[in-house]
Each structure stands twice: as structure tokens, then as C-alpha cells.
Design a protein around this ligand. Structure first.
Ligand code: WT7
Length: 657
């Protein structure tokens, strides 16, 4: 697949409707070149990438690998806050915008690198004054406001690892994370705006603090001027503490392997795991991938629509983007508030060049219709990204055409909270893309598709076969769980991400989704994603979720839940008097079953197709198939508290039964 001169690497794919070559103009100016695919020694490659950061002292050893425990850039001294801020100050970047922030009501704040540096230094002083020491875990429970970034970088500056908890989580989740991290310091806000509503955030924090007594001090950012109850022995206003201090705290020399942050993520068991990331390797991974995957240039304005409370926000709003000295847009609110124009208005207003979002968002843009993006000037866009779940070809093509004007490469990036940064993705400008494929592992990353026994297969499990710098170091205070979850499926040198994957004859990877979503029909493995993708390619379908229903003969059979396009919903579903029949159309049901059977094969034919007004989704937008599984199996509904739309579960249950 690779060749002496590298040409073939981006020329392996035959031309055709489903192959998209990068525009010539993009190729000419791309940060990445074909030679990146020709790496011989992954450790040398990453060492070279690490040199792009500023180190106080260089490392003695690139990698110490005692499977499955890794240390990168051993002996190196570094500070992430320094790399995101201080090192930009002695150039013209000093007064360049680091963050362009927009609140949901339309208020704006622009922070230059110099502004951000001053605020971070001051807040680092506050943390020290309040007694926070190196190694103390600080919990940050803030909405999408600049103070979230300031607090993260201030922690990084003094070596206090942060644990950011997504603001959309409730008090129980917050308390659980505080307890697990043994965190005595909390940063929160009075409130924030979401879909035009004022969310009383401090109340949620207070409720959490009734469930744990770990927190000794709580700093409150004033975002909305809400009337909040302050506990005199525990609570401080951010602005009061900031007004008393000078901008004087230097970035401390930290060890490459010191903790940078914890990020809690859910696993197969109910209890979230604290994924541990350390400084040197993580910073190397996210800085390098930001530059090559997003093709970040000095004059780019970059917008990632994720929340800083997730890994995507950590790596690709904060650390990777700011260490490259780029300008990031940060938006507080909902993408469709006050109406479906908002996302496109933001792109137009700030002249966004690079837009990184999730398939779930693209599907909802698609559902609303192309008239919204088309009525805005989106010519500034030059690169589009996708992350979080498989993007099916129909959605990919819609994004390419209606947002990218057929002129922007799309980077479909596969990675996880645990991997720290992007692992598989096209190198834009270098390689041809195919809708639905993440193409190939990035330079320096070794990935394969393996079967149950660990043998290479065309279809099986995704596996990462060499350590990489951004990898999680362990599960916080739980090495056993780390080993068991990630390094025991085959051997302790092969990482198991729990995603199914296929590899085609061109060496392109196709992620099939979490293996928990794979079903077995009469001994044949089928990806629920594949069936969903097929359903979604039908012109009446907006979104679909497929789960496995038990079947005495076949083991499992596909069961589909389908949301129709607005128009089809109005035309084809009964919206009359009889509420019970509201989501029923026997003909269309049969039509969709036949459609899938023809598209994939009879084996994939859904037993049932149920029309639903919405699908149960987590706050990060993932369809919660487990709930649909419960409904299908007529079991009691499992926990719905992490749903964005908890009320939908029972509604679907009614329709299904
Ligand atoms: C899981 C990780 C990493 C940022 C957000 C999610 C799925 C992620 C893709 C993609 C297909 C993807 C995988 C993975 N996933 N990106 N481009 N194509 N699937 O982080 O919450 O840790 O979830 O998201 O199933 O295992 P996360």
C-alpha cells in the first residue's frame, strides 16, 4: 500500500462516485504531506512531534513500556499552561484572539492570548492562596464560558489536575465524581443559558454537596447575576478572589508523567471510570494532531461545537488548539436556538474556517433542511470534521454538499476519551476520502482489525497495537480495571477499544460502532449501525436506531426504531384524532423492511419497524440503544437519568406495545 515515493498512498483508491479527492488548492497548502505515512519508527516520529512543544528540560527516554503501563518522554519537564499561553507572548500572537466567545443571548467576549494569560496567572494565584497544592484534584463544574478554560489552564499551571464535569450532568453524577477523585475544591457558576432558559447551576452544585462532604471550598463564577445562596464557610465569588490578586504565578516545571487531568467516562458497568491523562504525551498527541488533522494555520478561525466538559473540548477546544496558537470560537448555547439559523450565523459572523461537530448534530441539521445553511455565506469554511459516532454515507454527503459546498475535505475522526486524541482520520489534502470511512490510522498510530483470537480479519474488532503518547495511563486508582477493560482481550500489549471495524481492500477502516451494538443473527454478525445506515438512506427516514431482539430460532433479530423526515412524518403518519394510531403506517413499515432486506440482505430484515417522534439520547447525543433494547425485550426500563430527553422512553414503550 505504501510506496517509495509515497504517491500511491493517496492514489490507491479508484475514482468513482464514492471517492472524494482533496481539492488541488487544499492539497497544495496542506500542513501534512504524503511522506508522513512513510514513518519507520513510531517512537522517533513522536519524539520529533514532541520537539514542537516547549520543554523546560528534555526527556531521556521517549517511551518506557512495561505493558500495559506506558510512560512517555521520561524525565522531561514541561507545563501545559506554558505551552498554551506563555510561549505565544513574545510574538505577534500576544494580541491575537485566543478565544472568541458567544453567549446564547448573543453577548460576546474576545480574549487575546495576553488577556487569557493574565487571567490564568491570576486564577492560579487564587488557587494557591486558597491552599490548592500540586497534585490536589480540582473539580470544575462550569458551563461553556471562558472561565472554564481559565480554570483548566490555571490548574495545569500549578500542577493541580483538573476533573471537569459536564455542566449538563446532575448533582448525583457530580457528587460521585467528587467522591471518586477525593476532590476538596470545586469551581462552579451561578447559572447559564440554554435554549432560552436560565439554568440555576449553583443549586445543582449545592445539591451535589449535600451528597458528599469532600468539598471544603467552592468558587462561584457570576454568569447571569442570579440570586444564589452562598455558604459563608465554603463559598467564594470568583470576581472577589480575582480582584485581590496579581498576575504573578509562573508555570511550574512539572514532570512529563505528572497528571494533567482526569476525565470520567462510562463503561459497561454502572460506575464511571476516571481516565488518567498525563502532561507530556497528551500535549504531544493533541498538538500534533490539531495541526495535521485540522490543518490549522496561523490565520484560521476554528470552531469545535463540543462542550469543554467532554474530552473533545479538552483536546480540541483547549489544549491542542491553544498550544498551536490558533483562534478558537466557543459558543455557550444550543445550536438551534433561537432557531435553526444559529449555527450558520456563527460561522458566517466570525468567518469560521474549520468546523468540527458530531454526526448527531449533522443529522438534525439535515432534518431541518438545507435551506438554513444555504441562506448563509459559509464561504469561509475550508475543512469540516466529524467525531463521536459512525457517520453514515448519506449524512456525510449532505454535510459535504450543503455545508462544505463540495469544496471542503471532511475529516471523520475516530478516537475516545481513553485515547486522548485522534487516532484514525484522513490526513486532509493527502488522502482521498470515502463517505463513512475514517480512512487510515494517523502517522505514529498502529491499528488493525482483529478477530476474537487476535488474528487479522476483514471484519472484527478494532485494535491498537502499539502504545501512543495520548493514551490513558490508568483508571484513576484502579490499575486492575485498567488492565481488565483495555488490555486483556488478546494480550497486554494490544489495546481493545470495544469498537467493531472492517478493513477494505484499500486498507481503509470502517468503524461499525461499539461492540455492544453488534448483533448476531443466525450466526452472522451484523452491525446495528449498518442497518441504521441503510434505513437512513431511505428518503423518508431522518434517524434510525436498531437493536437486537431475542429470537428462539435465530438468536437475535434486528428491531428498528425510526424517526421520519419532517415531511414524511406529516404526510405518512396519521396525525388525526386517534392518538394511538399517530405513529402507525403498515405499508411504510413493510416498505422499509424490504428496503433493508434488499440493501444488505434478507438476514438484516428488521422484525419490527416502529415509528417514533424522537430517539432516547444521552446528553452527548449518543442514541441509548440499551433503553430501546429494554423496550424491545419488554423489560423494565433501565436508568434514564443520563438521557437528554428522559420522557421519550415511556412514549416509545407505549407506541411499541
Ligand atoms: C466512542 C468513544 C472522542 C470524542 C468523542 C467520543 C465512538 C468516536 C467515532 C468515529 C465512529 C466513533 C466509538 C468510540 N466514536 N468517534 N469517527 N466513527 N465511531 O468519545 O465518549 O469516549 O466515545 O465513540 O464508539 O469508542 P467517547
Amino acid at each position: 500500500m505504501s510506496s517509495e515515493d509515497g504517491e500511491e498512498v493517496f492514489d490507491v483508491l479508484s475514482e468513482g462516485e464514492e471517492v472524494f479527492a482533496p481539492p488541488e488548492s487544499f492539497k497544495e497548502q496542506a500542513n501534512a504531506g504524503a511522506e508522513l505515512y512513510e514513518i519507520e519508527n513510531y517512537q522517533e516520529y513522536w519524539a520529533k512531534e514532541a520537539e514542537k512543544l516547549d520543554w523546560f528540560e528534555k526527556w531521556d527516554q521517549t517511551l518506557r513500556w512495561e505493558p500495559p503501563f506506558a510512560q512517555w518522554f521520561v524525565g522531561g519537564k514541561i507545563n501545559a499552561s506554558y505551552n498554551c499561553l506563555d510561549r505565544h507572548l513574545d510574538s505577534f500572537r500576544k494580541n491575537k484572539a485566543a478565544l472568541i466567545w458567544e453567549g446564547e443571548p448573543g453577548d460576546e467576549r474576545v480574549l487575546t492570548y495576553n488577556d487569557l494569560h493574565r487571567k490564568v496567572c491570576k486564577f492560579a494565584t487564587v488557587l494557591k492562596n486558597q491552599g490548592v497544592q500540586k497534585g490536589d484534584i480540582v473539580t470544575i463544574y462550569l458551563p461553556m464560558i471562558p472561565e472554564a478554560v481559565i480554570a483548566m489552564l490555571a490548574c495545569a499551571r500549578i500542577g493541580a489536575p483538573h476533573s471537569v464535569v459536564f455542566a449538563g450532568f446532575g448533582p448525583g453524577s457530580l457528587a460521585q465524581r467528587i467522591e471518586n477523585a477525593d476532590s476538596s475544591f470545586l469551581i462552579t457558576a451561578d447559572g447559564y443559558y440554554r435554549r432560552g432558559r436560565l439554568i440555576h447551576h449553583k443549586n445543582k452544585s449545592d445539591q451535589a454537596l449535600e451528597q458528599t462532604d469532600k468539598v471544603e471550598q467552592c468558587v462561584v463564577v457570576e454568569r447571569c447575576g442570579l440570586d444564589v445562596t452562598m455558604n459563608r464557610d465554603r463559598d467564594y465569588w470568583w470576581k472577589d478572589l480575582m480582584s485581590e490578586v496579581k498576575c504573578e504565578t509562573p508555570a511550574v516545571k512539572l514532570d512529563s508523567e505528572d497528571l494533567l487531568f482526569l476525565m470520567y467516562t462510562s463503561g459497561t458497568t454502572g460506575k464511571p471510570k476516571g481516565v488518567v491523562h498525563t502532561i507530556g504525551g497528551y500535549m504531544t498527541h493533541v498538538t500534533s494532531t490539531s495541526k495535521y488533522v485540522f490543518d490549522l494555520k496561523e490565520d484560521d478561525t476554528y470552531w469545535c461545537s463540543a462542550d469543554v466538559g467532554w474530552i473533545t473540548g479538552h483536546s480540541y477546544i483547549v489544549y491542542g488548539i491553544l498550544s498551536n496558537g490558533a483562534t478558537a470560537v466557543m459558543y455557550e448555547g444550543a445550536p438551534d436556538y433561537p432557531d435553526n439559523n444559529r449555527t450558520w450565523e456563527i460561522i458566517e459572523k466570525y468567518g469560521v474556517n474549520i468546523f468540527y461537530t458530531a454526526p448527531t448534530a449533522i443529522r438534525s441539521f439535515m432534518k431541518h433542511g438545507k435551506k438554513y445553511p444555504q441562506s448563509h455565506n459559509l464561504n469561509s469554511l475550508r475543512l469540516l470534521g466529524s467525531v463521536g459516532e459512525p457517520i453514515n454515507p448519506k449524512v456525510w454527503k449532505w454535510y459535504h454538499k450543503n455545508v462544505g459546498n463540495e469544496n471542503c475535505p471532511i475529516v471523520d475522526t475516530w478516537w475516545q476519551t481513553e485515547t486522548g486524541g485522534i487516532m484514525l482520520s484522513p490526513l486532509p489534502g493527502v488522502i482521498k476520502t470515502r463517505p463513512g470511512s475514517v480512512t487510515r490510522p494517523l502517522p505514529g498510530i498502529s491499528a488493525e482489525v482483529l478477530d476474537e483470537e487476535g488474528e487479522p480479519a476483514d471484519s472484527g474488532y478494532l485494535a491498537i497495537t502499539k502504545p501512543w503518547p495520548g493514551m490513558l495511563r490508568t483508571v484513576y486508582q484502579n490499575d486492575e480495571r485498567y488492565k481488565k477493560t483495555y488490555w486483556s482481550k488478546w494480550d497486554d500489549e494490544t489495546y481493545f477499544p470495544a469498537d467493531g471495524a472492517k478493513i477494505d481492500e484499500d486498507g481503509y477502516f470502517w468503524i461499525l460502532g461499539r461492540i455492544d451494538d453488534v448483533i448476531n443473527v443466525s450466526g452472522h454478525r451484523l452491525s446495528t449501525m449498518e442497518i441504521e445506515s441503510s434505513l437512513v438512506s431511505h428518503s423518508d427516514v431522518a434517524e434510525a436506531a436498531v437493536v437486537g431482539g431475542s429470537d428462539d430460532l435465530k438468536g437475535q433479530v434486528p428491531v428498528a426504531y425510526v424517526m421520519l423526515q419532517e415531511e414524511a412524518e406529516n404526510d405518512k403518519l396519521n396525525n388525526g384524532e386517534d392518538e394511538e394510531l399517530d405513529f402507525f403506517n403498515a405499508d411504510l413499515e413493510e416498505e422499509l423492511k424490504d428496503y433493508v432486506a434488499e440493501d444488505i440482505g434478507a438476514i438484516a430484515r428488521p422484525r419490527d419497524v416502529t415509528f417514533v417522534p424522537d430517539l432516547p439520547k444521552t446528553r452527548s447525543g449518543k442514541i441509548m440503544r440499551r433503553l430501546l433494547q429494554d423496550i424491545t425485550e419488554e423489560e423494565e426500563l433501565s436508568d434514564t437519568t443520563t438521557l437528554k430527553n428522559p420522557e421519550i422512553a415511556e412514549k416509545i414503550q407505549d407506541i411499541y406495545c
